[in-house]
Design a protein around this ligand. Sequence first.
Ligand SMILES: Cc1ncc(COP(=O)(O)O)c(C=O)c1O
Length: 482
Amino acid sequence: MSRKEETLDPENWNELRSLGHKMLDDMMDTLENSGTFPFRFPSKEDLENLLIPLSEKGDGEEETYQIFKNHILPSTFVQTRPKFWALVAGTGSAYGMLTEMLTSGTNLGIETTLASYYTHKQVIEWIKDLLEYPEGAGGVLVSGGSEANFTGLAVARNAKARQDMKVKGVQGISEKMTLYGSEEMHHCLERSVEILGLGNEALRWLPTDDECKIKINSLRKTVKEDRDKGVHPFCVIGNAGTVNSGAFDDFKALRKVADKEDMWLHVDGAFGSWVKLSSTHKHLAEGIEFADSLAVDLHKWMYMPYGIGCALVRDKLAHYSTFVYGHEAAYLKSTKELSADTLTNPHSLALPLSRNFTSLKAYMLLRAYGKNKYRRLIQQNLDQINYLVELIVKTPCLEVMAPVASNIVCFRYTRDGLSEGELEELNHKIMGRIRMSDFGIISDTTIKGRYMLRACCVNHRSRREDFDYLVERLKELGKELS
Ligand SMILES: Cc1ncc(COP(=O)(O)O)c(C=O)c1O
């Protein structure tokens, strides 16, 4: 009796190949026309097509692709637009998309032993070189800024704890361990602190100065007060590019305090670290190389497809000791046996066991475009934000609301005779309308209790006329709504 065995490979390779060519052409066309491709929120018809019980038989590859094209793509193709400056929104690239296809094609789950080990290792070397982080440091590619920060804080906790964290965990802590950062820290740091079992009470949110930088005196004072109370200050967090306003702390001053107090210095440079590639703003990130750990991502200001960040750690052994499997930690007793390759094996430096060959896209994109292209793109975004600031300053009904350090400007619509409360209400209304008509062009935030609109440029597709459009649109909406 003949037995028909199943596979997910196509029965007819040529049919799937031609569907693949169509998918590629459609996505290339969409990306080529990213400025004019129409956007809509999911319609009733979209939802009727999407929210269905899973069929027994399956809809087939072609029909399912049509569902993507007609009911998913129109309301998800947004961050790729030239006029998207909300949040810190990665834009991806056409070549990046193709590298993702190769990653899935190999479907490799390991970045050790094979060529993937070397691409990972090389990407870490390139990132250290671009950011001028010490040659001897190690690092690992992770899913993004949140995981990079988590990784840095996990190593900090284990390295600075006064008992063996690997064995005892937080259950063995006799003195409460505390961390310090500015009130402008990203909330993913708070989440990391919670998941690491330290409790968010342990995280001290310290005040900032007029430039939104952490006040060093307040840091010194709070650490001293905590010590007097018998707690154990173990880590200070610096910000290289705050999410609200793109501010940078003084890393040299933070390093001094950290040294004096025997604390770990972790820097969240998720997107801001990349000002190191500019000629005009490089100085802002001076000193990030002194951090014990540095979190960056590559899917925002390095324009790579989503799902890639990097945690750099100066002390390779501390990093390895934190993530190596408990049962393998026996090696740590005889560190002489640890080869350089062991300490750079990404499977021992982050949470996942299976890895999705994350390094391939970074390797190919960095190698294809080289340092100069990235330098020019970063500089272009900084110049574009400067251009937007000039437009705002020239426009009487708009005003800048926070110091502009790098690639973010916070501003609002203004009108004589309106109180602070009325201005806030008007800007809320403007934001509400923008969300409906120009989704994602800008977002909003609150700094030191004041509500403001916000544009952050990490977009390689933006052109100066796109910023002219934004200002005209704000003038129009402000006039209509006030
Ligand atoms: C300063 C900063 N840190 C951390 C994060 C979190 O990074 P991710 O979204 O890649 O997890 C962000 C996200 O925008 C950020 O701006």
